[in-house]
Ligand binder design. Structure first.
Ligand code: SF4
Ligand code: SF4
Length: 364
């Protein structure tokens, strides 16, 4: 079995102290050693050493959301999500994968989106009078979920960004995050090559990603020499005066903020979304969740867990909702997958994208 993507030093650096166990959201729900970080590392070692080859490894490896909380707590400096992804890709290379993995691979490779939607990727633009500027300095990378499931978020985001001169890629396709996270490195390469050509052809020097998963993938898996990748919140926080000139008002609301793992913990985008929320509702009206920033509890949606282990994924989302403080009007986030999973968990408080809060503030 090829374990090319597994960093062997990291694999054996783990001293099995178990610090990571207490923070793993999958372990919090299952209580199973094989479904916590330490257990997963032992499983990966066993696969690597040729001692474990049966299908029981999937329930261990594929229940990891790749949230990265374990890496924050690890005294040995191990980065377990990389080991999990590396092990998944080693298994995939030897033809071992679950039906869910196969379905996601087939859907993404056939439709170039995660939803299996054959509609136009520009469908969300129809009926708007939004323009697509030629040779923009920045382009908005919409992502599959906002394109097909939350087109209103795509429109709102582009309405704001377009006023600042941002454009779109001529032919955006899935960023390949689901393929990479699930171990399909070769299939991911084809999509990444396509998007990279699109990005270069656009001539832009900045990519503004509307989804935490796309952002993390574009930033860390693409080779984008001289082109920066930012979240929508980073871009808008650095263009706050333009936002204000465009009519950003104040709202008399109390909100909380959920940090998406792949923009927050994986890439340290913590301050910018908060800066924008402070601007709109005032610092005292952003009431923080029980766990925040690099210690933020995962929504349970990532790493293919929502598709492969939906009950577990929703249980994690329900647990995250317990962190919401009393008396808030909205849970604000900056990732459509978090939004979807937290909404599906069925709480009473609406979950909205930060751009929706900005839209409401613009209407004031
Ligand atoms: S905290 Fe680090 S060293 Fe300790 S068990 Fe987890 S991965 Fe291993
Ligand atoms: S990345 Fe998250 S879900 Fe995966 S082992 Fe670490 S803490 Fe658990």
């Amino acid at each position: 079995m090829s374990f090319e993507k597994v960093d062997q030093r990291d694999l054996y650096r783990c001293v099995a102290c178990g610090n990571c166990r207490s923070v793993c959201p999958a372990f919090e729900q299952t209580g199973r050693e094989s479904k916590n970080t330490r257990g997963r590392i032992l499983v990966i070692r066993d696969i690597y050493e040729g001692n474990l080859t049966d299908d029981s490894v999937f329930d261990s490896l594929n229940t990891c959301t790749t949230c990265g909380y374990c890496a924050v707590t690890c005294p040995a400096g191990v980065h377990p999500p990389d080991l999990v992804e590396g092990a998944r890709s080693g298994l995939v290379e030897s033809g071992k994968m679950t039906p869910t993995q196969m379905k996601i691979r087939d859907t993404v490779t056939k439709y170039a989106n995660t939803l299996g939607d054959s509609g136009s990727r520009r469908g969300w633009l129809e009926g708007t009078n939004l323009e697509i500027p030629q040779n923009p300095k920045a382009v908005y990378f919409v992502g599959c979920l906002d394109t097909y499931r939350y087109p209103e978020t795509a429109v709102t985001t582009y309405q704001i960004l377009n006023k600042m001169g941002a454009g779109l890629l001529e032919d955006e396709k899935c960023c390949a995050s689901p393929l990479l996270r699930l171990g399909f490195v070769k299939e991911a390469d084809a999509l990444m090559k396509h998007n990279l050509e699109q990005i270069i052809a656009s001539g832009a020097d900045t990519i503004i990603a509307g989804c935490a998963g796309c952002y993390n993938t574009l930033k860390n898996n693409y080779e984008l020499d001289g082109i920066s990748v930012v979240t929508v919140s980073e871009y808008l926080a650095s263009h706050l005066s333009d936002l204000k000139k465009a009519g950003l008002g104040k709202l008399d609301l109390k909100v909380t903020y959920h940090d998406p793992c792949h923009s927050g913990r994986h890439n340290n985008v913590f301050d910018e979304p908060r800066a924008l929320i402070y601007e709109i509702v005032g610092k005292d009206n952003l009431i923080e969740m029980q766990t925040i920033r690099e210690k933020s509890r995962c929504c349970g949606g990532g790493g293919g867990v929502r598709s492969g282990y939906n009950d577990l994924s929703l249980a994690m989302a329900k647990r995250r909702l317990e962190d919401v403080p009393d008396g808030v009007d909205y849970i604000v986030t900056t990732c459509p997958l978090c939004l979807r999973n937290l909404s599906d968990a069925g709480g009473d408080i609406p979950v909205i994208d930060l751009v929706e809060l900005i839209r409401m503030a613009n209407d004031k």
